[in-house]
Design a protein around this ligand. Structure first.
Ligand code: BDP
Length: 593
């Protein structure tokens, strides 16, 4: 599915602003067919945004179930004869969409796009009514998982991950046109050999099998550097300017479907020419060892929740650059495509993660899960049906992000159970699927601290070892000397496997403005000393090829006795003010590069 764009043959418009909005706590909307007319008893809600925090009542914030959105939009008259498509970049966690009285789309999964060809129901020049029902329930058969409980006081959502279960129309909604015969997919794979680069391209054309395709690659100065024809081909670039970390050099690949002299459809794709490879304990980009500095992050903002916001996107990148970060992980779900485009253009390196977080009842069954215990993988909990939903999420992630040069590594799950034969059985096909979908990038999962090197069983499936470790925080709390020696011993055990290691999380909750002498947990001084201890350990273990601090900024979580107004492991506060740790990281990361 190609991202909408304006081209010589395509147009798009954003369907944003204030939509009508109504919660459906009694789940009546489907039976009463709320899509059949103007949504009654509706409030206004901004799109894109999470709905949870924009109002002032707990019923909206904590709503479990369906929420209805509705707007009207006029289909441009000039689109007559074109294909008309309605696309949602992300609706969390699932959606059904109607145009007027016709159901046009259903989608499971909160962080990847879906669309509907609405040509038959959208008459150019006419206004259409778009109704969306958003459901935010997490069950054993969703990614991420959860449990919905009916209690005497209402429905409650239990979930096993450490960030607030925001819901809504989180990213842009588009109405766009394409010609009837159109490009429907593009895949590029790039390679480097000395000063020469190659771009292998493959396109799908729908509705025009007999039409020809031509491809032109243009450099950043606007000079055409290679041309080819056909639905697949190789473009060779002499004296190639590679995409590399810190320098997001992009070519433009213009693809045209042609009928003789007539251009039937045109689509252009930014292309970064680079390679990625794991060799021994090294992670190579363009054949050179790469060391990841940066953060695990969240799409999380005051009031907007997980709503995409260009202002904060640019600001967050600026702050990451200021600290000397060269990379980040899309913890714990695929981020907005705007973020990946920005990373492409600015030479940021991205570990791209699915929304599979919380597939681990060893963590969930304790404090997080309200004291109940369940097997993680079983016919009654995470089962074959869940795995199929997880597989679909991987398909949608790879399909969406395969052409981004910034993406160098797929992460299939964060901290899943990884110590049981059931976990191997669950994950083996998912690793195989990811590799089949994209043979060009390494694949991994993020290991959690209970799955020590002697107990973890998933490592042989992964190309890279990714570890979340909290020595000095959850373990050896307040005892950095003890933490240092335990951490060193554990990392050496992992290093013995001869794979690159990225420490994908290390962090300490820190209340901005809390200062102590000597350094004590929750103070800014402790966060700094905690990070310095970690860095001493990393610098002593050659196989460590990356450090991502948890977290870039403080973020919202569900309420709990482990959290004070959310998770405070941010190097920046939720409103992006630096804690002392930000300056310490800046000193280390700028001197390293
Ligand atoms: C890790 C999780 C992350 C949490 C973090 C923490 O991957 O989502 O927020 O711990 O406890 O286990 O701060």
């Amino acid at each position: 599915m190609l991202r909408p764009q304006d081209s010589a043959t395509r147009e798009r418009r954003r369907v944003e602003g204030l939509w009508l909005f109504r919660l459906d706590p009694q789940a009546r909307g489907h039976a009463d067919r709320w899509w059949r007319g103007r949504l009654a008893e509706a409030r206004e809600v901004p799109v894109p945004a999470s709905y949870n925090d924009v109002f002032a009542d707990a019923a909206t914030r904590d709503h479990v179930g369906d929420a209805w959105y509705q707007t009207t939009v006029r289909v441009p008259r000039g689109w007559a004869g074109q294909r008309v498509v309605l696309r949602f970049d992300a609706v969390t966690h699932r959606a059904v969409v109607w145009v007027d009285e016709v159901e046009v789309a259903r989608h499971e999964g909160g962080y990847t796009p879906f669309e509907a060809d609405i040509t038959e129901v959208a008459r150019p020049g006419a206004e259409i009514r778009v109704t969306v029902v958003v459901n935010n329930e997490l069950t054993w058969q969703s990614v991420p998982p959860g449990i919905v409980q009916d209690t005497a006081t209402g429905r409650q959502q239990i979930y096993f991950h450490d960030f607030f279960n925001y819901a809504g129309l989180h990213r842009p909604v588009w109405l766009y046109s394409t010609p009837r015969a159109h490009l429907s997919d593009v895949t590029v794979v790039t390679a480097l050999a000395g000063t020469e680069g190659t771009v292998d391209y493959r396109v799908d054309v729908t509705g025009g099998d007999d039409l020809a395709v031509r491809a032109v690659l243009t450099d950043a100065e606007g000079t055409a550097v290679a041309r080819a024809t056909g639905t697949a081909g190789v473009l060779t670039v002499a004296d190639v300017h590679p995409w590399r970390p810190g320098e997001g050099y992009l070519y433009d690949l213009l693809l045209e479907v042609v009928d003789g002299a007539e251009v039937v459809d045109a689509y252009s794709l930014p292309v970064g020419v680079r390679t990625v490879e794991v060799r021994g304990t090294k992670f190579l980009i363009n054949g050179e060892p790469f060391y990841f500095t940066g953060f695990g992050r969240h799409e999380d903002l005051p009031v907007r929740g997980k709503g995409h916001d260009d202002v904060f996107m640019v600001h967050d990148f600026a702050l990451m650059e200021w600290t000397g970060a060269n990379s980040f992980r899309t913890s714990h779900y695929p981020y907005a495509e705007e973020v990946l485009d920005y990373a492409d253009r600015h030479g940021f390196v991205v570990i791209d993660e699915t929304a599979a977080v919380g597939q681990n009842t060893a963590i969930a069954g304790g404090i997080v899960g309200g004291g109940q215990s369940f097997p993680t993988f079983s016919p009654e909990t995470i089962n074959d049906a869940s795995r199929e939903i997880h597989a679909q999420a991987i398909r949608e992630l790879v399909t969406r992000d395969k052409n981004h040069p910034s993406v160098v590594l797929w992460c299939v799950a964060n901290e899943p159970e990884s110590t049981t034969p059931a976990s191997v059985e669950y994950f083996e096909p998912l690793f195989a699927l990811t590799r089949k979908l994209d043979p060009t990038r390494p694949v991994g999962y993020v290991n959690m601290l209970l799955a020590t090197p002697d107990r973890d069983l998933l490592r042989p499936l992964a190309d890279v070892i990714m570890l979340n470790r909290y020595w000095g925080w959850y373990l050896n709390t307040g005892d950095l000397a003890g933490a240092e020696s335990n951490w060193q011993a554990e990392l050496e055990a992992w290093a013995a496997h001869g794979r690159p290691i990225i420490v994908t999380e290390y962090g300490a909750d820190t209340v901005a403005g809390l200062h102590t002498v000597p350094a004590a947990p929750w103070s800014e001084e402790y966060q700094v000393e905690y990070l310095e201890m970690n860095h001493r350990v990393f610098d002593r273990v050659d196989a460590v090829v990356g450090e991502h601090v948890w977290n870039f900024a403080d973020f919202a979580t569900k309420p709990g006795i482990m959290r004070v107004d959310g998770n405070k492991k941010g190097v920046f506060t939720r409103d992006r003010r630096p804690k002392s740790a930000a300056f310490a990281l800046r000193r280390r990361w700028h001197s390293a590069t």
